[in-house]
Design a protein around this ligand. Structure first.
Ligand code: NAG
Ligand code: NAG
Length: 313
């Protein structure tokens, strides 16, 4: 394809119908960017090979990037892309996301606009939250509904109750993890946060007992009597389990405390002019002379070694 045509097809990009989506505060939101859906719009006009690589770019309408709560992941141009994230109370309302799909063979682009209505959680707050670190999965592998539901069931077996929700899923890479070596099928790891209205069971709190903390310090896995029931498909690092009780946090609401060095808002800063003069002459002498003497001394020693201490002299 010549550059003119590329330009042309770029301008004449098709748009998919606007999509209406819904996100609930405090629950994971996942939207799959199906390659097939976009593929049709490419092939209709061009009759291209049906399986061309596609990459996506997503941004908030009229902004360069996505809103803070939303992330995008796609492992390779031959795989599905995902928009995922967990909205907070501040995001309630409607947000318009623009997704651009690029066909990497023909450089065609197709746009899709989606309106995400973010609504407050109907169940109210889920104060008990547990953050699991699963070592043997990548983030885009747990995003399909059946997989994270499987995980939720596994958690259910330890934390027996009804209303368990997945609050957040995030890649370990976003939380300071490292890219694994490309051997032995190593995975990046993923954090999955699950929340409930009901308190933690003993089984969960057991991971945080003093003995188990001690074992974690020695880099051993803690002994938890009930974790055998956990599905073996998920290798959870029990030392990295975080249990959060939001009710404790809320009583000590985090208010930013401004330290020294931040000016109070008000008129322009007026530097004080009553500061006394400072004498720097002696500091100068000390620094300058000391180094000079030291340098001379080293010079002398070097000269002595070079001239008087050579072999044969
Ligand atoms: C979800 O996880 C991401 C990545 O760690 C974090 O930035 C974000 O604040 C989390 N959102 C919520 C609602 O916990
Ligand atoms: C797991 O937790 C330990 C401390 O509890 C921390 O040093 C380590 O970095 C964590 N590992 C990951 C992958 O988060």
């Amino acid at each position: 394809m010549n550059p003119i045509m590329i330009l042309f097809s770029g301008i004449l990009a098709d748009s998919l119908p606007v999509l209406q989506l819904r996100a609930v505060v405090g629950e994971i939101f996942i939207h799959e960017l199906e390659r097939d859906g976009f593929q049709e719009y490419f092939t209709d006009r061009q009759g291209q090979a049906p399986d061309s690589p596609i990459t996506f770019h997503a941004n908030l309408l009229d902004h360069p990037d996505l809103p803070q709560w939303l992330r995008y992941v796609q492992r390779s141009p031959f795989q599905m892309g995902y928009l995922y994230g967990s909205a907070t109370d501040e995001d309630v309302g409607a947000q318009t996301i623009e997704v651009t799909a690029y066909n990497r063979y023909t450089y065609e682009i197709v746009r899709q606009t989606m309106v995400i209505s973010i609504v407050p959680s109907p169940d109210g707050e889920m104060p008990y939250q547990a953050d699991f670190f699963v070592k043997n999965w990548n983030v885009e592998e747990v995003l399909p509904t059946d997989v994270h539901e499987l995980f939720q069931q596994a958690v259910d077996s330890m934390w027996e109750q009804e209303g368990l929700v997945v609050v957040n899923i995030s890649s370990a890479l976003d939380r300071g993890g490292r890219v694994p070596l490309p051997i032995e099928n190593r995975k990046e790891g993923v954090y999955i946060k699950v929340a409930s209205k009901d308190p933690f069971t003993e089984c969960l709190t057991e991971a945080k007992s003093p003995e188990n903390r001690y074992r974690c310090k020695l880099e051993q896995q803690p002994v938890i009597t009930c974790y055998d029931s956990f599905s073996s498909r998920f290798r959870v690092d029990w030392c990295n389990l975080t249990l959060i009780d939001l009710r404790d946090l809320n009583t000590t609401k985090l208010v930013p405390v401004y330290g020294d060095g931040i000016l109070e808002s008000g008129p322009e800063f007026d530097p004080p002019d009553d500061a006394s003069d400072r004498e720097f002459f002696y500091d100068f002498l000390l620094i300058f002379l000391l180094l000079l003497i030291l340098g001379l001394l080293l010079c002398l020693i070097l000269a002595y070694i070079m001239c008087c201490r050579r072999e044969g002299v």
